[in-house]
Design a protein around this ligand. Structure first.
Ligand code: PMP
Length: 423
């Protein structure tokens, strides 16, 4: 019998087999047919330390023995209180308020609603949101609206709201980015907020831009009062070499979105942090100005306990040293394939290595080209989980990956490149 499961971002009509995973550990997935597969993409960027870190698993088991979901409107619980206090203690001091949700998309939806609520409640309504070209912030209607338009959201285009588009800071064209942002922030219809993925645009193809540009974009927003929303759903928790990517530019946003590595990637949870100004704009004795957002699973206690254990790991273990070391080991291997004629633009930021595959005419292959699935199948046959974004290939393993597994990933990539250069 065929499975009734409808998988995400999967064309079932192609009939590709869907492996059954029965166990995870460290940098590996184990399948029902006995394969050990190296997770070269941290299971869609969520797994930071490694699968099933013992302290996170223990915290989940311990919390599950005491309390499951409770309503979070007007009620609270210790894991949520401890987690919020500890997040505020380690994140930039201006971010004083923690709002819980359950995915990266909802963290971004919350950020957008907080921003619009702010402007409405202070009696100076601003509505327009600005986004950076090639961005991705999620797959809900609101987050698709502030993300790149393309084949993935064509069917829903009539429902997406209008946003101001700031060109990506391509090398040599950074001033265009800054001038456009400046013009869109100000003028007769000033922008409510600008949302960005700091330093690297993930789903847009692992496109990297310099910290100095991030800092300048933040300064322009500050000048115009436009709220600056940092979506660190992918970049947070060490991915780019620091706890937050914003740190590398000395940027403190007005609103910060975190998810994925918040629980070490073990269980869904997200937070949207905000400054006092955002919170105060909603604070009143008038119920009409409260923040009208919730979801059933807000601040799930088991997920919050997992996140507290993640913070313990960050406190007690040399996580940043592991991140630095993984970056160095990625760079050494990337350097060995960097000059290959089948790749372009090799780059690395923190633990993330990326490059484009080019066709024999020296051009990138395009988003729906067959090359991504071909590399995925090639790697899969060698027990490596890779999932290129169109012609952009990236390697983003959990921090615990050892040299043998990292070598296996690069060996699979290298012989794919060789086959492509020869064919
Ligand atoms: N923002 C960014 C930068 C992301 O990379 C993602 C997910 N890849 C999201 C938001 C959405 O997160 P989720 O899939 O958990 O809704």
């Amino acid at each position: 019998m065929t499975s009734p499961v409808w998988h995400p971002f999967t064309q079932h009509g192609l009939g590709a087999p869907i492996p059954m995973v029965v166990r995870t550990d460290g940098a590996a997935l184990h399948t029902a047919d006995g394969r050990r597969v190296v997770d070269a993409i941290s299971s869609w960027w969520v797994t930071t330390h490694g699968h099933r870190h013992p302290r996170i698993m223990a915290a989940i088991a311990d919390q599950a023995a005491r309390m499951d979901q409770i309503i979070f409107a007007g009620w609270t619980h210790e894991p949520a209180e401890v987690l919020a206090a500890r997040l505020v203690a380690i994140l930039p001091p201006a971010l004083t308020r923690v709002f819980y949700s359950d995915s990266g998309s909802t963290a971004v939806e919350v950020a957008l609603k907080m921003a619009l609520g702010y402007w409405t409640n202070i009696g100076m309504p601003r509505h327009r949101i600005l986004m950076l070209e090639h961005s991705y912030h999620g797959d809900t209607i609101g987050t698709m609206s502030v993300g790149a338009r393309g084949v993935f959201n064509r069917a829903y285009a009539p429902l997406l709201f209008d946003v101001g588009l700031v060109p990506f800071p391509e090398p040599g064209r950074e001033q265009v980015t800054l001038d456009t942002l400046d013009a869109l922030c100000g003028g007769g219809d000033p922008a409510a907020a600008f949302i960005v993925e700091p330093l690297i645009l993930g789903a847009g193809g692992m496109k990297v831009y310099p910290p100095a540009i991030l800092a300048e974009m933040r300064a322009i927003c500050a000048r115009h009062g436009t709220l600056f929303i940092a979506d660190e759903v992918m970049t947070g928790w060490g991915r780019t070499g620091t706890l937050l990517a914003c740190e590398q530019a000395d940027v403190v946003p007005d609103i910060l979105c975190l998810s994925k590595g918040l629980t070490g990637g073990a269980i869904p949870l997200a937070v949207t942090l905000a400054t006092d100004a955002l919170f105060d704009a909603h604070w009143s004795t008038d119920r009409a100005t409260m923040f009208f957002h919730s979801s059933s699973y807000t601040a799930n206690p088991i997920a919050c306990a997992a996140a507290v254990a993640n913070l313990d790991i960050w406190h007690d273990e040399p996580v940043l040293a592991r991140v630095t070391d993984l970056g160095r080991r990625q760079q050494a291997r990337l350097d060995r394939i960097a000059a290959h004629p089948a790749i372009a633009n090799p780059r690395r930021l923190g633990t993330i290595a990326a490059f484009e595959l080019i066709d024999r005419g020296g051009r990138p292959d395009g988003y729906l080209s067959a090359i991504g699935p071909a590399l995925m199948a090639h790697a899969g046959a060698r027990d490596i989980l890779l999932r290129p974004l169109g012609d952009s290939v990236y390697i983003m393993p959990p921090y615990c990956i050892d040299d043998a597994d990292l070598d296996a990933i690069y060996a699979a990539v290298a012989d794919f490149l060789d086959a492509r250069a020869i064919a």
